[in-house]
Design a protein. Structure first.
Length: 270
């Protein structure tokens, strides 16, 4: 509420004006997946996430917005290049250089970067790397503190979503929310019909679906479903600043941190 005094000839008038200030949020994912989840879970203090297919801890990250606010979790990334960067950028997290699947084994990872996949039919590069794979249940047994809630689990594994879900015992671990990429990365067509039943048959409900991702809520936390809104609406609610194209190279980490601190100070005086 702001009081403004103005002169109208002989008299001064005092008027109360409501000023709506949008919350300033730095967004790292180009599809605003992080902002969608932040809007739903912003009241949770020091929450826990599981990021399957974490990739870069900065560029396109779903979890950085939460890490900056005191959250922590488990990042699963089989590409050593990105795992090493995660280790430097996320010392509070558990960072695992493995893949997630429906059994403990070794599989070939085809390609690199965001299109790396364990589904050979979806490979876009000839690069091949053999990686260790473990079921999510075993990963959580070894790395999640006993009794801890998982507030969201994000899965982005380029066609390997069903195997990841098959490897999680939903009677033991029930993330409040699943955020899962739901398109064929080659054909850009929906593929959620291949794995959605695993969630809906186990007490999860669809909260939101967009062009690339689908969000499911545990029915035990069904009240969260009403908090989901689309990207277009979020832009009206938040003063969102996207830095999704910025990626911290470890060789220039000091310079990156300095530039970032300056940018934050500039934004705080807007």
């Amino acid at each position: 509420m702001k009081r403004i005094k103005y002169n109208s000839g002989k008299y001064y008038y005092s008027v109360c004006v409501c000023v709506f200030m949008r919350e300033k949020v730095t967004v790292y994912n180009p599809d605003f997946v992080d902002l969608i989840l932040y809007h739903v879970l912003k009241d949770v203090v020091e929450g826990t996430y599981i990021d399957v297919g974490a990739n870069d801890p900065w560029c396109g990250s779903i979890t950085k917005i939460f890490y900056e606010r005191g959250w922590s979790g488990i990042n699963i990334e089989p590409q050593k290049e990105y795992h090493d960067i995660l280790q430097k950028d996320r010392p509070r997290d558990v960072n695992l250089c493995i893949g997630a699947g429906n059994c403990e084994t070794e599989l070939v990872l085809y390609g690199t970067s965001t299109l790396a996949t364990m589904d050979r039919t979806l490979a876009t590069e000839d690069t091949q790397t053999t990686v260790k794979v473990m079921p999510l249940t075993e990963i959580l047994n070894e790395n999640l503190p006993s009794g801890a809630d998982v507030h969201f689990c994000k899965i982005d594994v380029e066609g390997f979503e069903k195997q990841v879900l098959e490897g999680l015992d939903l009677s033991l671990y029930r993330p409040w929310i699943f955020a899962i990429e739901s398109i064929d990365p080659r054909k850009k067509k929906p593929v959620f019909d291949r794995w959605e039943y695993i969630l809906t048959d186990n007490g999860y409900s669809l909260a939101l679906g967009d062009a690339y991702n689908r969000y499911y809520v545990d029915n035990a936390h069904i009240h969260l479903k009403d908090r989901f809104v689309r990207r277009e609406q979020l832009i009206e609610i938040y003063d969102a600043y996207s830095v999704s194209r910025i990626r911290p190279d470890p060789c220039y980490k000091f310079l990156k941190d300095f530039i970032w601190s300056v940018l934050q100070k500039i934004r705080n005086v807007w």
